[in-house]
Design a protein around this ligand. Structure first.
Ligand SMILES: Nc1nc2c(ncn2[C@@H]2O[C@H](COP(=O)(O)OP(=O)(O)OP(=O)(O)O)[C@@H](O)[C@H]2O)c(=O)[nH]1
Ligand SMILES: [Mg+2]
Length: 202
């Protein structure tokens, strides 16, 4: 079999690399500031299976517009080029700031980059990505519920029940909610023929 990929997408600092560590035990680099992962990094995790840690796309303090655009283009290029080899996508969003960020972008006439990415993955791969609705430790229960509801509504075009099975509220840093996300992750890979997806990870 040729190379297959499990990809992780999300805005800078959303917690992609931390999610990878929590789900797989792979020691990818984590940073306090946005922009820790700067290239599309592939890690072999099982026979013919590679995990792909992506840089964050979207605004990043200290980065030029040109760098941001180039990064986003390279991520979209990878997904489009490798679509048939991507067995699973996991999108990581900082859920506690979803509405606030959406509102700020709306004022400038843009849609949420998280919604855009989930829609793009859905269209390109023909299935919803799994979503780690991360950093729930940073908001109150009410805040999380409100943001989660709005996010589900947006990614499903107003039919939240169609998307809810793919979205997992988590704090990957604290280990909250990781179990159900990991179960779904492992099952999705098993369904694609990868019954021992972490065989190379120690
Ligand atoms: N409070 C809290 N912080 C988290 C959580 N997950 C990740 N972080 C923190 O967020 C920061 C960024 O984490 P990373 O995993 O490096 O984020 P990333 O999305 O890979 O970032 P880039 O590689 O820069 O795009 C680190 O300081 C993490 O400790 C979480 O669930 N809760
Ligand atoms: Mg990273």
């Amino acid at each position: 079999m040729s190379e297959r990929y499990v990809i992780f997408t999300g805005r800078p600092n959303s917690g992609k690399s931390t999610t990878i560590r929590a789900l797989t035990g792979l020691k990818v680099r984590i940073g306090k500031r946005p922009g820790t992962t700067t290239s599309i990094d592939k890690y072999p995790i099982a026979q013919d299976l590679f995990l792909v840690d992506m840089p964050g796309y979207g605004r990043k303090l200290g980065a030029s517009r040109r760098w941001e655009d180039k990064t986003k283009d390279s991520i979209l290029d990878f997904i489009e080029r490798e679509a048939s080899s991507i067995v699973l996508a996991v999108h990581v969003v900082n859920i506690t700031t979803f509405l606030e960020t959406e509102e700020r972008l709306a004022k400038k006439g843009f849609t949420s980059l998280d919604v855009e990415m989930v829609e793009y993955l859905h269209e390109t791969l023909g299935a919803f990505p799994l979503v780690a609705a991360n950093k729930i430790d940073k908001g109150s229960e009410g805040d999380v519920a409100m943001n989660l509801g709005a996010f589900l509504d947006r990614i499903s075009g107003g039919a939240p029940s169609e998307a809810s099975g793919y979205v997992f509220p988590v704090s990957v840093k604290r280990g909250v909610g990781v179990g159900p996300l990991k179960d779904c992750f492992v099952k999705a890979l098993a369904a694609k023929g990868f019954r021992n997806p972490f065989e190379y990870i120690r």
